[in-house]
Design a protein around this ligand. Structure first.
Ligand code: HSE
Length: 383
């Protein structure tokens, strides 16, 4: 019998408990073991909840229990979750998380601690909700040099942009709906300002290139300056607007960033709507491959957590090899890269747009000055 503890009984944590109970027999068939949630740590009580009797507010009941071999951290944030993560690994417990902030900020330290203690630190659920992407990158594509990875990495903003385009809903209304569906972060600023997607592209880059890519050094732009005029004019020009996390590595270094982009209607990413995420990976032998699914929400994210639990049960001693112990020094200056831009401007009170030629990003304002255009918004275009 494998005993699991869950730290943080919120949206994802409660989904994990539910899957383990409801799909007990399929998990046994898949792993050969009975898996059970023994305790849940939370400062709140849940008297009406079916599994409320498992909740404790005393961490010692988990960390000092030798029967518990796997701890799931679904608290989010780094304030309390960091201490619990370190304590879990130092206590010789395997640790599974959906907490992208934690992985992006403390991944190297937690991977090293896991190795030192002979346990696993797994974070499939930290990127792409339910989409299997970390395991494909580390295992299935292990024979490739991954040189490019990009896509739609945030469910909340994709939901908002889709609703604004398809139904004409306001930004605020669509955000409220995304929150009600359990997609958004506790503080949705992380979603709409792009920080959540930035952490995810940093994690994907670190996993793909086997070196730590620090999200704090990357450029980030969210969707708060996207207006319904931008969405309408982009649609008129044959594009959808998506929040894109982008990363590539070549001889010059790594370019990684998050920004809104216009995606041509013929591009597969333009049809990725609502909460769905899609991640494109380019490797030297696989060529291009794509991963698609629900990028946020209770069930999908909990599914990825439970997949990591099953992996630990089946491969208990398989400590991660890459510790991201070197830090990426060579980050390419985005200003030096060449991009096509969509420019919104007004002429005699009428909103208009143009698509520029390819231009060095640092030169876009010079180009618009030459054309005599005062831009109201400038958005990158994916070719
Ligand atoms: N707030 C995140 C999103 C949750 O909307 O994608 C999943 O990581």
């Amino acid at each position: 019998m494998i005993k699991v503890a869950v730290i943080g009984y919120g949206v994802v944590g409660s989904g994990v408990v539910e899957i383990i109970h409801r799909n007990k027999s399929i998990l046994k068939e898949n792993t050969g073991e009975d898996i059970e949630v023994k305790k849940i740590l939370d400062v709140r009580t849940f008297p009406q909840d079916k599994y409320g009797y498992l909740v404790t507010s005393d961490p010692d009941e988990i960390f000092k229990d030798p029967e518990i071999s796997i701890i799931v951290e679904t608290m989010g944030g780094t304030k309390f979750a960091y201490d619990y993560s370190v304590r879990a690994l130092k206590s010789g417990k395997n640790l599974v998380t959906s907490n992208k902030e934690m992985v992006a900020a403390h991944g190297p330290e937690l991977l090293r601690l896991a190795k030192e203690n002979g346990v696993r630190y797994m974070f499939e659920a930290s990127v792409g909700g339910g989409i299997p992407i970390i395991r494909p990158l580390t295992l299935c594509l292990a024979g490739n040099n991954i040189n490019e990875i990009f896509g739609i990495l945030n469910g909340t903003t994709n939901y908002i942009l889709t609703q604004m385009k398809e139904t004409g809903k306001s930004f605020e209304q669509a955000l409220k709906e995304a929150q009600a569906k359990g997609y958004a972060e506790a503080d949705p600023e992380a979603d709409i300002e792009g920080y959540d997607a930035l952490r995810k592209i940093a994690i994907l880059s670190s996993v793909s290139y086997n070196e730590f890519v620090d999200y704090k050094k990357l450029s980030c732009q969210g969707i708060t300056n996207i207006t319904s005029d931008d969405i309408r004019l982009a649609k008129e020009a044959g594009y959808s607007i998506k929040l894109i996390g982008y990363s590539r590595k070549d001889g010059a270094g790594i370019l990684a960033r998050v920004s809104p982009m216009l995606i041509p209607e013929g591009n597969i990413l333009s049809g990725v709507n609502d909460v769905f995420n899609a991640i494109m990976v380019r490797g030297d032998f696989i060529g291009e491959s794509m991963y698609y699914g629900r990028g946020a929400g209770k069930e999908a994210t909990a599914s990825a957590v439970v997949g990591d639990i099953a992996d630990i049960v089946k491969n208990p001693g398989a400590v991660e090899k890459s510790l991201w112990d070197s830090q990426s020094e060579k980050l390419i200056d985005p200003g030096e890269t060449e991009t096509v831009f969509f420019v919104r401007y007004s002429e005699n009170g009428v909103k208009r747009w143009l698509i520029t030629e390819k231009v060095k990003e640092k030169d876009i304002y010079k180009l618009l000055e030459q054309k005599g255009i005062t831009a109201e918004n400038i958005i990158r275009v994916m070719e």
